[in-house]
Design a protein. Structure first.
Lengths: 230, 230
DNA sequence: CCGTTAATTTGACCATGTTCAAATATGTCT
DNA sequence: AGACATATTTGAACATGGTCAAATTAACGG
């Protein structure tokens, strides 16, 4: 059995020691060059204790990603209370994750390791990560809030924004410009463009396209409410 | 030293044995449950011989992906000689890779393992895979051929189509519908839409957006010709 | 055919992620 | 307190990806 959530105080303590030792070493030497033995030693436990709390080395990164997610939720909730301006809210949602992770770009890459392996419990698109994905889209749903929107777009937008964020996150990892300026600008530009398009969405020429896009995504099971979803 | 291209006949033979044994076992038991020892034994060589020809287990998958790429180039060249119809040519380019890999979806996922790790030699977006990426976009460039197009779009399209294909490839891996019908339809739909948009691209209202998109991508270094590329 | 060089093959070895059954500590109920 | 259950800790082992220096084999110029 594995303890994501230890039952006792001492257990929680141990888990925290291991988690923090791991992060410290990952940051210092990188993910691959850090050994479980090293982590355990640094946390003053024995190697197999680490496996009592984390099913694998990658799972520690996953746990880290969840702390980032939680922080983002906190930050965004705070900011969303301050302004009703959609653009600002969306920009906050997009940028906050980058802000939180900007010093851990090497760690974050591991989150994508099993992207191409649907059955892997840590696949960032798989079953095992559905919950954190839900939380991630929820942030965008919250950002959109009560904004006046047709129903189909209200459903579509958070998922599209989540996808945008995932894409930008990859770009972020590869971005060698100082402070990831390029990714930041791309985020702003993409947002700007999306909002412009949203404004144009009711345009006559574009209406059939919008219908088509949504139908396509629905059939592809990328939006809920499809006949295929199960 | 590692031999991607053995110097002697016998070497080539050995490499082939190892490669084919590996594929056979991967297909039979999956990537992770297949051991290098098993591959070597099946190929009637010793384990370290496998490492003489392939730097890592994942590198065998990379080699497999290259054979798929080569096949796609052959197939497409053939089809491109048959018709000048842009839509058919692009559909061929998109679908051919799926056709070639449809029985190896579990293998193909490994190609994405280092997506989030820019420095890894097998990162599908990194330096080490630049050449195969170039070949992959070249197929789309060839598909577009002599089609009348503004210069900026001519530069942009192949890259966008390559990105579309990568995205669809991931979807393909997750697609549980029989024969990956959903991904196929998505490909057709996306293509249809892209061509419609291409037709609309000259529309007055959309012109500034098109300019903006291209400028954004150029700044992000996703298109060549940027001041940032080096 | 001989010697030299380069290509290939070999087996022994290592590092490390992961497993597991047993031991110990901790909490809980009576 | 004592007994029982549950949570945690432990150390010993394993499986496997990967390395390496040495041995063997092929290629080639003279």
């Amino acid at each position: 059995m594995v303890k994501n959530d230890p039952a006792t105080d001492k257990g929680e303590q141990t888990r925290k020691q291991i988690f923090e030792s791991a992060l410290e070493l990952f940051r210092e030497r990188g993910f691959d060059s850090t050994t479980m033995q090293g982590i355990a030693t640094h946390a003053k436990v024995v190697k197999s204790a680490a496996y009592y709390y984390f099913p694998s080395k990658e799972a520690i990164i996953q746990a880290y990603y969840e702390t980032v997610q939680a922080e983002q939720e906190r930050l965004c909730a705070e900011m969303f209370a301050e302004t009703k301006d959609l653009k600002i809210r969306l920009a906050t949602a997009l940028h906050s994750k980058f802000d939180l992770a900007k010093n851990d770009r090497n760690l974050l890459g591991v989150v994508f390791r099993y992207t191409g392996e649907p059955e892997h419990p840590l696949s960032c698109l798989g079953r095992g990560t559905a919950e954190i994905r839900r939380r991630s889209t929820q942030v965008f749903r919250d950002a959109i809030g009560e904004e006046k929107l047709p129903n189909d777009l209200r459903e579509f937008l958070p998922i599209a924004l989540w996808a945008l964020q995932m894409g930008l996150l990859v770009m972020f990892l590869y971005d060698s410009s100082e402070n990831q300026r390029r990714t930041r600008r791309m985020a702003d530009g993409a947002l700007d463009l999306s909002l412009k398009l949203l404004g144009l969405a009711k345009l006559a020429v574009l209406k059939p396209i919008r219908i088509k896009v949504l139908a396509l995504l629905r059939e592809a099971d990328l939006l809920s409410g499809s006949k295929n979803s199960k």
